[in-house]
Ligand binder design. Structure first.
Ligand code: ARG
Length: 443
């Protein structure tokens, strides 16, 4: 029974929040004359000493004390004697753990926002070096149109920006304090919930005691935000795996962020990227785990809810580690522009430019231009050549309206430079986006 009941092994991570919550509670009990001031003073002093002990030595793990709340209270009674017994007046572990966990998740949101921002900064600074670098843009992982590598990296800046907003949004719904809901029904003691809420940095107390102790939406919101962020990191990780493969050769991983093989000396493996890709599955799993835990629970508290913490802690650890590992990889990666350019040229990535040229310069309807271009690509393919390698005579045999000005758009740089619409890949546009991103990040 003791072993299945205990949560101390993981909820000890809440010790700072638990002590902060207890200090706010006891000060309120004193101010409301619910407990004597001398006992309140000795409890607060004792809690400070416990905090110093835990800071120095860590939290002792005794399964018979079950959880962090009992562990702190037990230590308090060892330190100050019977007055410790007054701390738990007008409160329950149910509102206590709900308060502690909310405080923890609130800090975790800020940490996530800061860590995501750090990765965004790395991406923007690397993108700034690669504005003019041409790479193939892909659809279906088939070469589509030439794009700027800087533009490609900035796509992840955008995704991460939305992730940051999701954590900010989660935090914005963490403004109510459940402390004082007690076990589930409130309390008959004349407590002041506004004062404990304010002391802990909340805007106001929660309005319904049943909801207060049984709500874990904030944890689910955090997990959903983490899952989405992990998913974005996994897509970037997947690109790094592909780019680093010898067949692509778009990047060289740094020694610091790659591993060798135990038997194949030539290998330089993208383990960190693969693990980020793998970890994202576990983060999504953590979200699923808590959703499934919660979905069948009647009001109010059920012990199943003790299982809320491990998925959140695991998701947090994996996400922060993944953000830092991807940041390290991107910071130290070597791009190989020659390989990217060659791949962009190989794939007839300027076919759309030929079609657009026919529309613009020869007034050909787009569908017909598309068909003419298809014939040009077919001819080039048969001869193992690029579009720009076809002679004017060859092109004119396909359609007589083509003239020598077409060569201005058949090169990959010309193609990239021409995509000047807002949000497009032309270096001029990318430069503007980088300037905006740097401003937003304070770089
Ligand atoms: N360790 C428990 C948890 O994490 C604290 C609440 C216990 N409450 C109870 N009524 N058994 O959920």
């Amino acid at each position: 029974m003791r072993r299945i009941n205990a949560s101390i092994a993981f909820d000890k991570r809440l010790w700072r929040e638990d002590i902060a919550g207890s200090k706010a509670h006891v000060a309120m009990l004193r101010d409301q004359s619910i407990i004597p001031a001398v006992d309140a003073a000795s409890i607060i002093d004792g809690l400070d000493r416990i905090a110093a002990e835990y800071e120095r030595d860590g939290v002792p793990e005794k399964v018979e004390l079950e959880d962090i709340h009992m562990t702190v209270e037990q230590r308090l009674s060892e330190l100050i004697g019977p007055a410790a017994g007054r701390l738990h007046t007008a409160r329950s572990r149910n509102d206590q753990v709900a308060t502690d966990f909310r405080l923890w998740v609130r800090n975790a949101c800020q940490e996530a926002i800061d860590t995501i921002r750090a990765l965004q900064s790395v991406l923007v600074l690397r993108a700034e070096e690669q504005i003019e670098t041409v790479m193939p843009g892909f659809t279906h992982l088939q070469v589509a149109q030439p794009v700027s590598l800087g533009h490609h990296l900035l796509a992840y800046y955008e995704m991460l920006g939305r992730d940051r907003l999701r954590f900010a949004d989660t935090r914005s719904r963490l403004g109510q304090c459940p402390l004082g809901a007690a076990a589930l029904a409130g309390t008959g003691f004349p407590i002041d919930r506004d004062s404990t809420a304010a002391a802990l940095g909340f805007d106001e107390p929660t309005a319904n005691s049943l909801d207060s102790v049984s709500d874990r939406d904030f944890a689910l919101d955090y997990l959903a935000a983490a899952a989405q962020s992990g998913l974005h990191l996994s897509r970037l990780a997947e690109e790094l795996v592909i780019w680093a493969s010898p067949s692509f050769g778009f990047v060289k991983l740094s020694d610091g962020f790659s591993t060798g093989s135990s038997i194949m000396p030539q290998k330089r493996n993208p383990d960190a990227a693969e693990l980020v890709r793998g970890h994202s599955g576990r983060i999504i799993g953590a979200m699923m785990s808590l959703m499934v835990t919660m979905k069948g629970l009647p009001l109010a508290y059920s012990k199943d809810m003790q299982d809320d913490k491990e998925p959140v802690f695991e998701a947090r650890d994996l996400m922060i580690l993944s953000l830092e590992a991807i940041g390290g990889m991107i910071e130290t990666i070597e791009f190989v522009p020659e390989r990217m350019r060659a791949a962009a040229e190989q794939g007839y990535s300027t076919a759309t430019d030929l079609a657009d040229w026919l529309v613009r310069e020869a007034d050909v309807p787009f569908r017909e231009a598309h068909h003419i271009t298809g014939r040009a690509v077919k001819l080039a393919e048969e001869q193992g050549r690029g579009l720009a390698d076809l002679s004017l005579a060859e092109l004119q045999r396909i359609d007589a309206r083509i003239d020598e000005r077409v060569y201005d758009v058949l090169g990959v740089e010309a193609s990239m430079n021409s995509r000047t619409s807002y949000g497009g890949t032309a270096p001029a546009r990318v430069r503007e986006q980088i300037a905006a991103a740097k401003k937003a990040l304070g770089l």
